[in-house]
Design a protein around this ligand. Structure first.
Ligand SMILES: [Zn+2]
Length: 137
């Protein structure tokens, strides 16, 4: 069995609040509370970092990122949205499976996330994910 946590999420061995899925990408909210409130967009294939991404995979990830970002905007009306990712341990990467973080931002947030509340219960994350799913164009 693979030890990669994101491969296990893609394989549904670890539960997550899935927002969107297609042939190449999976967008979800982590229920493990490592990044509460973040929507993560991951390649379904195990690709460690940006250096190993195929152009078609990068394209699919960007397409899912935009679709999910617009759904977050439609569902929650944030003032802005941060999108970030890291590559390599020295750059702060902690899960070695390529993914993007989408984080809604509200004026006055600074870098501390106030949406949703810290460490929300699983039911609350599932409800957020449901609202994003319902807003996908
Ligand atoms: Zn993986």
């Amino acid at each position: 069995m693979t030890q990669c946590v994101f491969c296990r999420i893609v394989g549904r061995q670890i539960p997550a609040a899935v927002v969107h899925e297609d042939g190449d990408t999976l967008a979800f909210m982590d229920l493990g509370q490592v990044n509460p409130g973040h929507v993560l967009v991951a390649a379904k294939d195990h690709v460690e970092n940006v250096f190993d991404l195929e152009p078609a995979q990068a394209s699919a990830l960007a397409g899912t990122m935009v679709r999910v970002a617009r759904a977050i905007r439609a569902a929650f009306s944030p003032h802005g949205l941060s999108v970030y990712q890291a590559n390599g341990k020295a750059a702060g990467q902690t899960v070695f499976h390529y993914h993007l973080h989408l984080v809604p931002r509200y004026e006055g947030d600074g870098m501390a996330l106030s949406w949703p509340v810290k460490n929300p219960p699983r039911e609350e994350l599932e409800a957020y994910a449901g609202r994003i799913r319902a807003s996908l164009a």
